[in-house]
Design a protein around this ligand. Structure first.
Ligand SMILES: N[C@@H](CCC(=O)N[C@@H](CS)C(=O)NCC(=O)O)C(=O)O
Length: 215
């Protein structure tokens, strides 16, 4: 009943895959090759911005885009033992805030640094890329202070914020290393890598890692 339109190397798709694997949610993976014009057009018909992940719920006749919104949808209609958005409103607000922080201040700059690397050399923006790396370094310092004595972004429980953090930090660390001076954040990234849901995502992405342009 659920289809996920995604690519195994795409970081925002990882965020939703982690959520699906956390709750063993059954879905059909639909791998999209954006280099293939027919597949790109098919994605565009589902979601005019032609970005993935896109979740299609054939049973409820819904197409859901944007990783955070997909996780909201899964939490509402396909809940499992891991409550990715807590039912307590105060905690839910905190989870959503942290999800936003990872998307806005880690994932987005990381993504732009990678996109810059993929440009033809003469169109690369070294100044812009250095600014984004400095932004990441500042964010790491803020996050480092948040992880003292807490295993996950919300504390003891795994949430949407950790789904957002895993891909964002994994790739951000490659383009602008977290470094040994931030032991709490480094240990958090290690815990995320060991979490079975994310370990599975990484295993499945392994054959595509050769296409990542590097740090
Ligand atoms: N804000 C969106 C971002 C989605 C996004 O940018 N996805 C990337 C892959 S990680 C994509 O579709 N890139 C293809 C393109 O830009 O052509 C979300 O949270 O889902």
């Amino acid at each position: 009943m659920l289809e996920l339109h995604f690519h195994p190397l795409a970081s925002w798709c990882w965020k939703v895959l982690i959520a699906l694997y956390e709750n063993d949610t059954v879905f059909e993976p639909k791998n999209v090759d954006l280099m293939d014009p027919a597949q790109r057009e098919a994605l565009e018909r589902l979601w005019p911005f032609s970005k993935f992940p896109v979740l299609r719920d054939l049973g409820r006749e819904r197409v859901v885009a944007e990783s955070s919104i997909v996780i909201e949808y899964l939490t509402a209609y396909y809940p499992g033992p891991v409550e990715l958005i807590p039912s307590d409103p105060e905690l839910a607000r905190e989870a959503r805030l942290r999800d936003r922080i990872y998307d806005t201040y880690v994932h987005d700059p990381m993504n732009r640094i990678v996109a810059n690397k993929l440009r033809p050399e003469e169109h690369r923006d070294a100044y812009g890329s250095d600014r984004l790396k400095a932004e990441l370094q500042k964010t790491y310092d803020i996050l480092e202070r948040q992880f003292v004595a807490r295993p996950w972004a919300l504390g003891e429980r795994f949430s949407i914020a950790d789904c957002a953090a895993a891909p964002a930090l994994f790739y951000a660390d490659k383009v602008s290393p977290i470094g040994t001076a931030r032991p709490e954040l480094s240990a958090y990234l290690e815990r995320l890598r060991e979490r079975p849901s994310f370990a599975r995502v990484l295993r499945e992405a392994e054959p595509c890692f050769k296409y990542f342009p590097g740090g």
